[in-house]
Each structure stands twice: as C-alpha cells, then as structure tokens.
Design a protein around this ligand. Structure first.
Ligand SMILES: [Zn+2]
Length: 395
C-alpha cells in the first residue's frame, strides 16, 4: 500500500480485504456499509495530553538506596554561568545520604577563579563527598599560543584540586574559528593535542561528551522518535546546516583516543547509546576508553538484553552517572531521590516496563524501560570501583 492512501480509503480497503479473506463478498459489502455509517470520530487527542497508564501487572520494586556505595561520576551541581543555579551542598548531602551516594563528581567546575570558588564551596567544604573537574577555555582557542597555555592551565587546575577535564559537546558542534559564521572546529583538531597529552601525564581523565542522540541529527518530523523532545528544545537539533553527522563526530573522538593512548577518556552518555555494537567495538579497540550511563538509561533500558550483554562484557569500563543538576526542564536530570531510585531500579532489578524519568510523560521519547538485574560483582564495579580507579581515590 502506498502512503498516498487516505485514512478512510485505507479503512475501506482493510474492511473489504478482511471480508475477502473470510470468503464472502456479501459480508464484505455489509461491513463496508457499516464502517461508512459510523459517526465521525471525536477530534483526536493532542499528543501532548496523552498520558497512558500501563495496565501490566508486573513487579514494582522500590530501590530507595543503592546496594553498594555510589560515586555519581556525572553531575552539574555548581553554578554554571547564567544558565543553571547551584544546588546548595546541604540539600545535596541530604539526598546523598538517603540514597547511599558517597561522592558526586561535579563535571562543570569551570576554570581559573570559577574553579577555585567551586572547589572551596564543595570539595574542600565537604571532603570526599564532592570532587570537581575543570574545563578548557574554549573562548581562547583561536589565540596564538593557546595549545601550550591550555596545557599549563590543566596542570594548574590539577594543583588547585581538580580531578579531571570535562569537554562539552561545544567541541564539534558549537565552537567555530572566526566567530559565529566561521568553520566548526573539529574534535580531533591538533591544537588540542598538548592538552590531551597533559591530561594523560597528570593522570586527569577526560570526560568527553561528543555528538548526541542519533535522532537529533535527523529532520524534526513525524518519523523522528524524539519528536516531542526536539519540539520542546528545537535548539538541540543538529540537522542540516554545516553540522557533521553523529558517526563522523564519534570517529573524530576515536582519532583523539588513538593519538593519546596514555590519556583516559570517559565517553559520556555511553558514547552512542543507540548503537551498542559500535560502542562495544570502540571499547575493544581503545583500552583507554570508558563510558558512563548518564541520561541514557532510557536508551539502555529499551534494549535490556543487548545492554545486559554490554555490561557483562565491558564491566570494568562502565561508570555510574546521572547528569544530575538543578532545574526541572529536563526531568531525566533533575537531582533528587526520585532520580536515583530509577537508576538503581534499572541496574539492580529485573522489573519491566517502567518510567526512566520522574515525569508524567517520558521526556526523551514515548517508551519505557526494563531493568538489567546486574550481579553484585558488576554493580560494585559500575557503582564505585571503576570511577574510583579513574579519579584516583580509594575504592
Ligand atoms: Zn552532563
């Protein structure tokens, strides 16, 4: 059948076909007549108002606290320029203690004075509970002598207490040479080589977000599985213009990992969570590669058998992370007990078909997830041991 058939022609066609299969042309005509006689349907419910409740009678396990102490490797809890307010440490600690979260790694600690202020307010004020990473000064990337200066800044950040370097998707999707209309800077641009090398020399892991969900690189149309999310955040789309494809971005990061084998890279958001065979192949080829699961249990949990095998195989290089931050515009990241309970339920239980975010409508796509039921050995590694090894703290 072609797409050009209208709904009513399609309904008639289905009615006559079904009747034809039943072997009675008379029955077919009668059914067609009755289909045509039905009153017109009420106007359709807007998708935004649709909140279907699952009727499945399946296990519902509440996991209020993690089975083992946790390091959340991926959070954004300090002030982030004008965009996000900080979450007060006292509020953080209350939830951390309630859910068995021992340590939070705050990835976006900034650099220079911002970094020092963040470390004073979090890391130094509450030792072992908060750790911060620094960020490159992208605005200076076009200046002469940047490469050496940036490498030295990383060393200064380490001396100030930073435990790693966070690279936002700025690199590859926003940063341009010569202003807003200039050429996008490539992820594997050689000017950053001294910085990647410094990270390896200093034992600072690089937490690197490159690319985004595959649907963000496709038209925002009725075929796009993240239509509602992109409709709510149209600026998250990287379709068209001069944006590279998602695979091209992933491959550029692989070039960086290849060129700097002594530097450890944590590819955030499971690197490319829709394509676990590809990520698995990358992990096989790059011993210096790790992944975190932040804001991607919605992807992992809708392919639970593939994800479970992925955790079995790469159990030494997967770290726990949530992307937790203040604010409610992205419920899959909103810091609080409810967020952690979902993550723990996903990793620890074999519950089926539950929400991946504390929200009335699944915010990243209209599907639900199933738990992985990981073994205690794998849970220990993913919750804490792998991250502790990366950032050099006792497991
Ligand atoms: Zn993040």
């Amino acid at each position: 059948m072609t797409d050009t058939l209208t709904q009513s022609t399609r309904r008639q066609w289905l009615a006559t076909t079904a009747a034809g299969l039943a072997g009675s042309a008379v029955a077919g005509r009668a059914e067609l007549a009755s289909a045509q006689a039905q009153p017109p349907a009420a106007s359709p419910l807007p998708l935004t108002e649709f909140e279907p409740k699952s009727m499945l009678h399946v296990a519902m396990t509440t996991v209020q606290g993690a089975r083992f102490p946790v390091i959340d490797f991926h959070t954004h809890v300090s002030r982030r320029r004008a965009t996000r307010p900080p979450v007060p440490p006292a509020e953080l600690l209350k939830t951390m203690d309630a859910v068995n979260l021992r340590t939070m790694v705050n990835l976006t600690g900034g650099f220079g004075e911002d970094l020092s202020a963040t470390i004073a307010a979090f890391d130094r004020a509450f030792p072992r509970r908060f750790l911060s990473m620094t960020e490159p000064a992208w605005t200076r990337a076009a200046e002469a002598g940047y490469a050496r200066w940036q490498a030295d800044e990383i060393a200064k950040a380490k001396a100030a207490g930073a435990v790693g370097v966070k690279v936002l998707k700025t690199l590859g999707l926003y940063l341009r040479d010569g202003g807003p209309t200039g050429k996008l800077v490539r992820v594997d641009d050689p000017r950053f080589d001294p910085m990647w090398e410094a990270c390896g020399r200093l034992g600072m892991p690089v937490a690197m977000h490159v690319g985004d969900p595959e649907a963000f690189f496709l038209p925002i149309d009725r075929f796009n599985e993240r239509y509602e999310e992109l409709h709510a955040h149209p600026d998250w789309s990287f379709h068209g213009k001069d944006f590279p494809g998602n695979r091209e971005l992933q491959e550029a990061r692989r070039n960086v990992m290849r060129r700097h084998p002594k530097t450890q890279f944590v590819c955030l958001h499971v690197a490319n969570s829709e394509d676990l065979p590809y990520v698995s192949e990358c992990l096989d080829s790059h011993p210096n590669m790790f992944v975190d699961i932040a804001a991607r249990i919605g992807e992992l949990g809708r392919q639970p058998r593939t994800a479970r095998k992925f955790f079995d195989k790469h159990q030494d290089r997967i770290v726990f992370g949530t992307d937790a931050s203040a604010g409610t515009s992205t419920p899959q990241q909103t810091f609080g007990d409810a967020l952690y309970e979902i993550y723990f339920r996903f990793l620890e239980t074999e519950d089926e078909y539950f929400d991946y975010a504390p929200a009335p409508v699944p915010p990243q796509g209209r599907w639900r997830i199933s738990g992985l039921g990981l073994s205690e050995q794998i849970l220990r590694k993913v919750y804490r041991e792998n991250a502790a090894r990366l950032i050099g703290i006792p497991a």
